[in-house]
Ligand binder design. Structure first.
Ligand SMILES: [Zn+2]
Length: 299
């Protein structure tokens, strides 16, 4: 091949390579993960709303979709081009796809390894928690609990966490920042103390575990949308936050679960109502926490 032809071929290959190369990151937009629970949804205020069969359940799942949609709108306004919603409450089949903003994908059903964080990986740019509630035994906090009613406390490396705090440790493992949270005032404060800089949308004020002062729905949803928008817009990915070991301590409201859990060889029963275990990675620890509170059911 003559020199001239070689130059022409090289130019062609270079142009072709540039055309095939992925677009710069800004042009691709952000990939956003949204975990949606129900107890901290705007307008939700009673037990008859939060499980199938409850007289008000149908209304509550519509309210849940409205808050999810406010977060989805905000995410897209903040620069998202891909949004994944994970139904994170109870049986995790509360959100009806026909009620959801059609731009978002939806993960449904509770039989998941990672529960409230199923589908998250290191490819995401930002995480939003919607409809979150306070942890078990919080002195004030609507529907306060952790995972399910059987748990009194969960500690990771000596720090007590609720669902928001536990999910934030998993998010840190993947290096994806939690940028906004909505829920009652107690839940929002709890996540803020676990995740510095997270934006909060307080949709109601807890008076105690059962009584609540509801904000007007239109105001609550506007605040979710703007927290999502500003959080996604400002988001930058930190390096993954990985510790050498994850030591978990779980205290239950009964003695039966620790007794059954002792079938796992790594489990140490440190008190009749408390087990401890440790795992090398947070995803492994998270999966085992979920097995303990959800899949051991002596009742
Ligand atoms: Zn829930």
């Amino acid at each position: 091949m003559r020199n001239e032809s070689r130059r022409i071929l090289a130019a062609f290959v270079l142009t072709g390579a540039a055309w095939l190369a992925p677009a710069p990151l800004e042009a691709q937009g952000k990939k956003v993960y949204i975990s949606v629970d129900m107890e901290g949804i705007a307008g939700v205020n009673g037990d008859d709303q939060t499980s199938p069969g409850g007289a008000e359940y149908g209304r509550a799942r519509k309210l849940m979709a409205e808050d999810a949609n406010a977060a989805i709108r905000g995410a897209f306004e903040g620069g998202a081009t891909d949004v994944l919603v994970n139904d994170s409450h109870g049986g995790q089949r509360n959100l009806l796809p026909e009620d959801l903003d059609p731009r978002a994908r939806l993960i449904s059903h509770t039989f998941k390894r990672y529960g409230m964080m199923e589908g998250l990986d290191e490819t995401f740019d930002a995480i939003l928690f919607v409809g979150y509630h306070a942890k078990a035994d919080a002195p004030r906090g609507l529907f306060a609990h952790t995972g399910s009613g059987v748990v009194r406390d969960v500690q990771v490396n000596g720090r007590s966490v609720g669902e928001g705090g536990l999910n934030a440790v998993l998010a840190a493992w993947f290096g994806v920042p939690v940028v906004a949270v909505s829920g009652d005032d107690v839940a929002v404060e709890e996540v803020k103390s676990a995740v510095p800089g997270v934006r909060g949308a307080v949709v109601k004020r807890a008076i105690n575990m059962r009584a609540v002062e509801l904000r007007p729905l239109v105001d609550a949803r506007r605040d979710i949308q703007s927290a999502a928008r500003e959080g996604v817009k400002a988001s930058t990915k930190p390096a993954p936050g990985r510790l050498p070991r994850y030591q978990v301590r779980m205290q239950f409201r009964n003695f039966t679960i620790p007794e059954v859990a002792s079938a796992f060889s790594e489990m140490t029963v440190v008190a009749p109502d408390t087990v401890e275990f440790s795992r090398a990675t947070m995803p492994e620890a998270y999966r085992l926490v979920r097995v303990l509170y959800r899949y051991i059911n002596p009742d």
